[in-house]
Design a protein around this ligand. Structure first.
Ligand code: ADP
Ligand code: MG
Length: 699
């Protein structure tokens, strides 16, 4: 068999530019380009022609169905398949697909979370084609990336606000760029490269753990003799089973046009990472959703399970998703990269301080955008950034900003003070900026890396907030600078004042250090530990004003997000609590009891044969385990009682706070007692694969 090379099969399942150029007339192709690049409205005749070409291409590739592929607020993607077939008069079928079907779908929205947006009598929802993200084939289905909204036009998904936020930052960045004389720039887009962390474990072991099956994480499990203390897994040799998985994963991703680039072992045993080459934010968001889906599918083919949960195992690192973010022009300039001339540098500095101000002013919103029950276990825990948002700039850039702020020379050899429009800046290479792995928001040479996002989350929400916040600051900057007489002085003052007002967010030290939390509090930075702590930020007056003003969310849409995120938090923890209760009752307590019975009969047998033996070992075990059984039983009942009480609450905020204050602590206590019992019970009697087996068995 002749194997196709990567360039031959890359994107073979994507209706990309190559296919469009070949399959569409030049007139149709040009009209479509104007829609995707220039934001022009799409004509139905053009849509019909594109649909026909898409259908022919997809059918030739073996597709039988099409679907509007969208991202409701469940966090995963949704699809409803329709076949292409239509009856022909002679009893056969023809393959049909119209422009109307391409542009718009009408799925029933009633079973998706809407957070009160859709009244029950109006169940209809609409999906609308996003022509800026290519259609692709998955299995036998042509998938058309779409936005999803209600009959009344409110966004019911994550794509719509993301596209709006990209539009907002485009608009304001263009205004700022005009001030620097950039007349040729027509469009500014944000790009993202999300690094995806995950765990791979054996499928048979997974299937023996109800906690993994129902919740994606282990709810019990004593520490194994070895965890990540030797640091021998990070970048270590990739084991054959994992390598085979990665190889097939890459092939599958490449076929659908995903630029999978880097793969390596991560810090924790059984943990790995995949990073793609960055792309336009909405495409990156689509691709990341697809990547998570394909990872799980390919893992299953290798008798593995890919765990995307933020904290599958206690005691070792959790998984995040580093959101590498930058802003660039359609003329190819990365606005977060210092330029060659002083003027370009002034422009760079303005964009830089815009991001600094945005992150400082909307730190609560950024924190809320990564809040989930799963990520609560990670933020502030082992190796994860703390729950406090701060920014790392690196020594060189920090020195430049300090010089501007204080009106002093920025390097000792110089005599004159730092003047924008006169000084050129050093190029900030990765090597000098990327030393700090503990910062939640690090400048890495020409982009920012936001490290708080959880591994299972969509990247949409953080980018919506980030784009909107930066757009808002750029708007303020443009408002201040447009029409001033002395632009250079006004610019200098604006940059200097912005640094002065917002340098509290800059922290170049170790973010994992406890001293930092004390210092952060002194600086007035917020430290929001849990989901219920940070979600109110979404409805905070300042934030609502900004998001509504930037036309990214309406107030109603924000309320719906609040409801959904809090409700999801409650449901997630409740499922965990119920899983714990049932594991205790069905498996763990009976297992410990039968082990006690076994030791008891050993002791009885010993006594029968040799009445003088002490049976001290057995007695000690029986005593300890019996005490633990009583504790576990009591704590299970206490947890159950809290769960019952929770059901009497009707307000989602009350429920979430009860979960944080009552249920989660009870779960932690129950776990501690159970983990202790695990270490005292014979392995053959323990009903589940233990941590050591789960984390070290994939070879
Ligand atoms: P790390 O050491 O954090 O793994 P990498 O150099 O591998 O860093 O890059 C991480 C991600 O950043 C990759 O997905 C990469 O494509 C992305 N990236 C690089 N440059 C940019 C940029 N200008 N904008 C957005 N993302 C970028
Ligand atoms: Mg990394």
């Amino acid at each position: 068999m002749v194997m196709a090379t990567v360039p031959e099969y890359f994107g073979s399942m994507v209706f990309d530019d190559r296919v469009m150029k070949a399959g569409l007339s030049s007139g149709i192709y040009d009209s479509l380009k104007q829609t995707t690049q220039g934001g022009k409205h799409l004509d139905l005749s053009v849509a019909n022609a594109v649909a026909a070409a898409m259908r022919d291409w997809a059918v030739e590739k073996g597709a039988t169905h099409f679907t509007h592929w969208f991202q409701p607020m469940t966090g995963v993607t949704a699809e409803k398949h329709d076949s292409f077939i239509g009856p022909s008069p002679d009893g056969g079928v023809i393959m049909e697909f119209s422009g109307k079907e391409l542009i718009q779908g009408e799925p029933d929205a009633s079973s998706f979370p809407t957070g009160g947006l859709r009244s029950t009598f109006e169940a209809r929802g609409y999906t609308a084609w996003d022509p800026t993200s290519y259609a692709f084939i998955k299995g036998k289905t042509l998938c058309i990336p779409t936005a999803f909204c209600s009959y009344g036009g409110e966004a019911l998904d994550k794509k719509t606000p993301l596209l709006r936020s990209m539009e907002a930052i485009n608009k304001q960045a263009l205004r700022v760029l005009k001030l620097f004389g950039n007349e040729d720039v027509k469009r500014v887009t944000t790009s993202v490269g999300p690094e995806q962390e995950y765990f791979l474990i054996d499928k048979d072991m997974f299937l023996k753990r109800p906690d993994l099956i129902f919740t994606g994480r282990t709810l019990f499990g004593a520490k194994p003799p070895k965890g990540q203390e030797l640091d021998d897994h990070y970048f270590g040799v990739i084991k054959p089973r994992v390598a085979a998985f990665m190889e097939e994963l890459n092939e599958e991703l490449w076929k659908v046009g995903i630029l999978a680039k880097t793969e390596h072992n991560e810090v924790a045993p059984a943990q790995h990472e995949l990073a793609p080459i960055y792309s336009t934010t909405n495409v990156a968001a689509d691709h990341n959703q697809l990547t998570m889906e394909i990872m799980q599918r390919v893992a299953a083919k290798h008798d593995l399970v890919c765990l995307l949960h933020e904290k599958p195992f206690a005691g070792v690192n959790g998984s995040g998703k580093h959101n590498n973010w930058s802003i660039a022009t359609d003329t190819g300039v990365n606005l977060l990269s210092p330029g060659a001339t002083p003027y370009e540098n002034a422009q760079f500095l303005l964009f830089l301080v815009a991001v600094i101000k945005a992150v400082d002013e909307y730190q609560d919103l950024l924190r809320a955008s990564v809040a989930t029950a799963g990520n609560d276990h990670r933020l502030g825990a082992n190796e994860a950034p703390p729950a406090v948002v701060s920014m790392f700039l690196g020594d060189e850039l920090a020195a430049v900003l300090e010089a501007i702020e204080k009106d002093v020379p920025y390097n000792a050899a110089e005599k004159t003070v730092m003047k924008l429009g006169v000084h050129s800046l050093p190029r900030f290479t990765r090597d000098t900026t990327d030393r700090n792995r503990t910062s939640p928001f690090a400048f890495t040479g020409n982009k920012f890396e936001f490290r708080m996002l959880g591994s299972s989350s969509s990247i949409s929400c953080v980018n919506i907030m980030l784009n909107a916040a930066v757009a808002e600051v750029l708007k303020e900057f443009a408002d201040q600078l447009e029409g001033v007489e002395d632009f250079t002085t006004a610019l200098h003052d604006l940059i200097r004042n912005t640094i002065r007002e917002h340098n509290r967010i800059i922290f170049n030290g170790n973010g994992y250090n406890d001293d930092w939390l004390v210092e952060a509090e002194k600086r007035g930075l917020s430290n929001l530990r849990t989901t219920p702590d940070c979600m109110p930020a979404l409805l905070d007056e300042k934030n609502v004003k900004m998001l509504v003003g930037q036309k990214v969310y309406s107030e109603t849409e924000l309320r719906s997000r609040y409801e959904i995120q809090m409700e999801t938090y409650c449901k997630t923890v409740l499922i965990e609590a119920n899983t714990m209760i049932s594991m205790e009752k069905a498996d763990i307590l009976p297992a410990i009891e039968s082990y006690i019975a076994e030791i008891s009969s050993v002791a009885a047998a010993k006594k029968a044969v040799a009445p003088a033996v002490s049976c001290g070992y057995e007695a000690k075990k029986i005593e300890k385990l019996s005490a633990l059984v009583d504790i576990i039983d009591a704590k299970t009942e206490a947890l159950e009682a809290e769960v019952v009480r929770l059901h009497t609450l009707s307000d989602v905020t009350d429920s979430a706070c009860t979960i944080r204050d009552k249920i989660l602590p009870k779960m932690a206590e129950l776990r501690a007692a159970t983990d202790e019992a695990e270490t005292l019970t014979a392995k053959k009697c323990w009903p589940y694969p233990v941590y050591g087996d789960l984390m070290f068995s994939v070879r």
